[in-house]
Design a protein around this ligand. Structure first.
Ligand SMILES: *[C@@H]1O[C@H](CO)[C@@H](O)[C@H](O)[C@H]1NC(C)=O
Ligand SMILES: *[C@@H]1O[C@H](CO)[C@@H](O)[C@H](O)[C@H]1NC(C)=O
Ligand SMILES: *[C@@H]1O[C@H](CO)[C@@H](O)[C@H](O)[C@H]1NC(C)=O
Ligand SMILES: *[C@@H]1O[C@H](CO)[C@@H](O)[C@H](O)[C@H]1NC(C)=O
Ligand SMILES: *[C@@H]1O[C@H](CO)[C@@H](O)[C@H](O)[C@H]1NC(C)=O
Ligand SMILES: *[C@@H]1O[C@H](CO)[C@@H](O)[C@H](O)[C@H]1NC(C)=O
Ligand SMILES: *[C@@H]1O[C@H](CO)[C@@H](O)[C@H](O)[C@H]1NC(C)=O
Length: 306
């Protein structure tokens, strides 16, 4: 059946609203939440799960909530939508959308490419279905709430002594959304008061700079935690100013420091022993030609003539 499609294209909004009113009792509204990672592709699903699915009987349009002048993506089996799309696709979604190739199976999954914080909206999948008279009516709607996130980098903790105060800085970058920052006094697990500064990169990601000041005299074991609530992720850096190393690190255990000191003492001892040994060997070889060096390595009597 050939239908007159031109008015639908030119006046999608009116048709859309009319059909909404006509058959509003058929409309099924779901409520889905999806988290997308900045810069990557996210999929918004809208499945037609009826076994008697025939693609030609459907039209699908993905819309942005509150936006009636343009659409995000649309599908119509009968039409070449090129010019319609050019005119009516929302500019900020141009070249960033596509349907996953499962339309024939009734899956109107929208792929949104290279997502950014500007894409945080509720999206509505409007499915129109042909009725007995060959007219399209709103059949179904699926709402998806898109949230955007990005991983923060591992926090870096630095400290600086100045007079009677010690300042600790904790920085972490390229995450989203704005994080929560906690400074914890590890001795009594109490929260400490800090100041935060947030900066936004051109790609929308956020960097955080947090500063904490304490009295210089106090030895303190501290933790700085960056919490990304959207990703349910906590990243922590810690510092122990009473440790002999005295430098901050993400994993600074006293046993490691002790081990390093022992290792360097051992290394120096070995070098000294080798010098003695070489000198001794030279003297020995000139006297005793049958001597074999390897057997003597590890012997505690280096430097002591037998
Ligand atoms: C849909 O989900 C959003 C966020 O998850 C929520 O704020 C809203 O109240 C929900 N609406 C309905 C009708 O459940
Ligand atoms: C599935 O399709 C049949 C025939 O078109 C219709 O009667 C039925 O209501 C549909 N079911 C759903 C859940 O859409
Ligand atoms: C974020 O980073 C953590 C480790 O730093 C990793 O395990 C996780 O998979 C990352 N998440 C995403 C969404 O990239
Ligand atoms: C901490 O940040 C302040 C302010 O930017 C700066 O003056 C100070 O040098 C920083 N300290 C360290 C240890 O990075
Ligand atoms: C950390 O907690 C200990 C134990 O309660 C306390 O003695 C110390 O003053 C605290 N340090 C700071 C900087 O609040
Ligand atoms: C924390 O710092 C803020 C501003 O720097 C201040 O207004 C607030 O009183 C402080 N809170 C505590 C518990 O020290
Ligand atoms: C992250 O740390 C905060 C503060 O300690 C806590 O409330 C939150 O539950 C933690 N979240 C995760 C995912 O561990």
């Amino acid at each position: 059946m050939k239908r007159n499609v031109a008015p639908v294209k030119l006046d999608f909004k009116e048709t859309f609203v009319k059909s909404m009113c006509l058959i509003s009792h058929f409309v099924f509204i779901a409520n889905i939440s999806v988290t997308g990672i900045i810069g990557s592709t996210v999929e918004l699903r809208c499945d037609e799960l009826n076994g008697t699915f025939i693609l030609n009987n459907f039209r699908v349009t993905w819309r942005k909530e509150g936006e009636i002048k343009c659409f995000v993506e649309t599908y119509d089996s009968d039409e070449d939508l090129t010019s319609y799309r050019e005119k009516n696709q929302c500019a900020d979604f141009r070249d960033r959308t596509r349907f996953k190739e499962e339309l024939k199976e009734g899956k109107f999954t929208l792929q949104l490419l290279r997502i950014s914080p500007k894409d945080e909206f509720t999206y509505t999948c409007v499915v129109l279905k042909k009725n007995e008279e060959g007219k399209f009516e709103v059949h179904r709607e699926v709402k998806t709430n898109l949230k955007v996130a990005a991983n923060y980098s591992a926090p870096v903790l630095t400290r600086m002594l100045s007079g009677e105060e010690t300042t600790f800085n904790c920085t972490s970058s390229h995450g989203y959304p704005q994080p929560k920052v906690y400074w914890v006094n590890h001795t009594d697990i109490s929260l400490l008061n800090s100041t935060e500064q947030y900066t936004r990169a051109p790609d929308g990601t956020i960097s955080v700079f947090s500063m904490l000041t304490v009295k210089a005299a106090t030895a303190i074991k501290l933790e700085c935690t960056i919490e990304n609530e959207q990703l349910h992720q906590n990243l922590t850096a810690s510092i122990d100013t009473s440790s002999p190393e005295n430098s901050p690190s993400v994993d600074n255990s006293p046993s490691k420091t002790k081990g390093a000191v022992l290792a360097s003492v051992a290394a120096v001892s070995i070098v000294i022993l080798l010098i003695f040994y070489i000198g001794w060997k030279k003297r020995r070889t000139s006297v005793l030609m049958t001597y074999t060096a390897p057997a003597e390595i590890g012997n505690r009597n280096f430097g002591l003539p037998e």
